[in-house]
Design a protein around this ligand. Structure first.
Ligand SMILES: Cc1cc2nc3c(=O)[nH]c(=O)nc-3n(C[C@H](O)[C@H](O)[C@H](O)COP(=O)(O)O)c2cc1C
Length: 335
């Protein structure tokens, strides 16, 4: 039994870990940077958050260290997710991530992006289970902390053998597996197949995390009930809603539901995120902030006009003035 109430136990090769929440905030490239993670953390202190995927090849070349350096300034459990198709490169990256303070190492076996998958990394590993197994073994031998895998149901619908693949990852040393209930062929289309995740859960002894189409506390409960998974991972539902992991976590614990920030609070969160991004990344921070702003600035009178202006703002100061003006128009809100 790996799951006790809200805890998930992960055996390492010397260092074991306990997750004190059944909710995981997924890695989202271009989104789950340290600033986003800190936001998630303010509602969800115990939830496992992930770095954006880190390219093992970049680390070999001495680049990409900035994603690891940030870990020491953050609180709570942070998994470092790595990708490549070469076991030795992945072992090297895992060691670097462990030294930098990773809570665990997660191996990306689900990314559908062509330039990664067609080289054999990400979801490309679903086509080569033996290579995937060798990567897990090499990484598990290189570090003391637990090693986990995040993957999909298969490469294409006809050839998918998710139970065999997951069992092989378990035998190779993976201590937890997260399954996005779609194949690579499906990308993000259709509905995530939670029944297939249940079959995997029934076959494995390591913790299984269900992923795909969980956007509310009720969906999280339905997914856990159907899949019998040890936990759930949220992805797109958190885009523009960094409070979602905390809301689901409190709901699963049976605590009173954390309230969704009101419009004024959402705009203040978006403004502070923009300020933090610009402080960290200079003018490039505005470009990164745009997508967050476009998700947050919705659902109130004038939202469409504000988004239009924000997407065209040439400087961070301009964008901040627009947000401040909107906050002033809204005035005090009760909830
Ligand atoms: C913009 C975007 C970026 C993503 N980046 C990553 C990533 O870096 N690593 C990864 O394993 N999955 C990544 N994913 C997949 C998600 O983590 C998640 O598995 C998927 O969105 C399904 O969950 P959802 O239905 O809750 O969104 C990404 C998805 C999106 C939409």
């Amino acid at each position: 039994m790996n799951t006790l109430d809200n805890q998930i136990f992960l055996q390492g090769n010397g260092v074991s870990r306990i997750l004190n929440s059944r909710v995981l905030q997924s890695p989202l490239a271009g989104i789950t940077d340290s600033i986003f993670r800190k936001l998630v953390r303010s509602w969800a202190p115990e939830v496992l958050v992930f770095t954006e995927m880190v390219n093992a090849h970049s680390l070999e070349l001495g680049h990409g260290e900035e994603k690891l350096k940030e870990l020491s300034q953050e609180s709570g459990p942070i998994a470092v997710q790595i990708f490549d198709f070469r076991p030795d490169a992945m072992a090297f990256a895992a060691k670097r991530a462990e030294e930098a303070g990773a809570f665990l190492i997660d191996i990306n076996m689900g990314c559908p992006v062509k330039k990664i998958a067609h080289k054999g990394g990400g979801s490309g590993l679903l086509k080569d289970p033996l290579l995937a197994a060798n990567i897990v073994k090499a990484v598990a031998n290189a570090v003391q902390i637990p090693v986990t895998v995040k993957t999909r149901l298969g490469w294409c619908n006809e050839s998918a053998k998710p139970i065999e693949f997951s069992l092989l990852m378990q035998e190779s040393g993976a201590q937890m597996i997260t399954i996005h209930g779609r194949t690579r062929q499906e990308h993000f289309s259709g509905k995530a197949n939670w029944e297939a995740i249940r079959s995997i859960k029934e076959a494995l002894s390591i913790p299984v995390i269900a992923n795909g189409d969980v956007r509310t506390p009720d969906e999280a409960k339905a997914c856990l009930s159907l899949t019998k998974a040890d936990g759930i991972m949220i992805g797109r539902g958190s885009m523009g809603a960094p409070w979602l992991a905390g809301q689901i976590d409190s709901s699963l614990r049976g605590d009173s539901l954390l309230k969704t920030p009101n419009t004024k609070e959402k705009l203040e969160i978006a403004r502070n995120q923009l300020l933090a991004l610009v402080k960290q990344k200079g003018s490039h921070g505005l470009l990164i902030a745009r997508k967050h702003l476009s998700w947050t600035c919705r659902g109130f009178n004038g939202a469409e006009d504000l988004r239009y202006e924000l997407m065209r703002a040439k400087t961070a100061e301009e964008a901040i003035t627009l947000l401040n003006n909107q906050i002033a128009v809204i005035g005090p809100q009760k909830n």
